[in-house]
Design a protein around this ligand. Structure first.
Ligand SMILES: [Zn+2]
Length: 261
């Protein structure tokens, strides 16, 4: 018996076909509510431009504020990655956000990675270079990190509960920090850039691979000049974006069985 033995059967099949098409489209439109497996383009990246509002962060000799540079760079990274991934900024303008809200934004969105951006300040004007930090407990990292990093950490209560959350991602976070460091150096061959562990407060409660990038020292006049240069920032943004892409390629199998999604 032929499948379409009359015009009514054809109409019925057409209606069924159209409703399936509609259902598939609706599922796609639902987006985050149910992320499809095997889809690299559904990954979420949370970028955290340091400081904001009355909290300006460090300030360069020519008057450049850390809060301005970090936001400019975060926007550049977002535009590099926007076509490939879902990118969210913890602040999109010049206003203050407390540290725990920055981390909890990433947790709430079930982000795949969290990247906090800062531009260090130091009383030593010669201090310089980029660093990509992953979380490491104070007991393990105190001897390795620079004194100026510790000042942003001390006198805060890092609760054991929060501490434990990032601990499970330390290997991946370290890998992300290293891949981004390498990728930045691919963009700017002679740039001094190192990866190190530090007990950074903004990373402790992050429930995903998380790093902090210090993109240079604003208090160093040469680095302040570089950080005011949009070509330099654009190269940094490309380096960081490429590092993220490589990280996702390397760790793609894990996300397929990630039941949080
Ligand atoms: Zn800062």
């Amino acid at each position: 018996m032929p499948v379409f033995n009359n015009i009514y059967a054809i109409q019925l099949y057409l209606a069924l076909f159209l409703s399936i098409v509609f259902l598939v489209s609706a599922e796609e439109a639902a987006g985050d509510a149910k992320k499809p497996l095997f889809n690299d383009y559904q990954r979420t990246i949370v970028l955290d431009p340091g400081h904001g509002g009355r909290n300006s962060g460090s300030k360069g000799p020519s008057g450049t504020y850390e809060k301005t540079v970090t936001l400019t760079l975060a926007r550049m990274i977002a535009s590099e990655l926007g076509g490939k991934y879902k990118v969210i900024l913890t602040r999109t303008d010049d206003y203050g956000v407390d540290i725990s809200s920055r981390t909890s934004t990433a947790n709430h969105l079930k982000a795949d990675i969290f990247i906090s951006i800062h531009a260090g300040g130091s009383f030593l004007h010669t201090a310089g270079g980029l660093s990509t930090f992953y979380y490491q407990r104070i007991s393990e990292s105190a001897l390795m990190i620079k004194p100026e990093t510790i000042k942003s950490l001390e006198s805060r209560n890092i609760k054991a509960f929060w501490d434990d959350i990032q601990n499970q991602y330390i290997e991946k976070s370290r890998d992300l920090a290293r891949l981004i460091q390498k990728s930045i150096q691919d963009q700017r061959k002679y740039l001094k850039c190192e990866t190190q562990g530090a007990p950074l407060l903004v990373l402790t409660g992050a429930d995903m691979p998380a790093i902090l990038i210090e993109i240079g020292y604003l208090t160093n006049p040469a680095e302040e000049k570089a950080l005011r240069n949009l070509d330099f920032l654009s190269d940094l943004a490309k380096g960081i974006a490429n590092g993220i892409v490589v990280f996702f390629q390397k760790h793609s199998t894990k996300s397929v069985i990630d039941l949080r999604k």
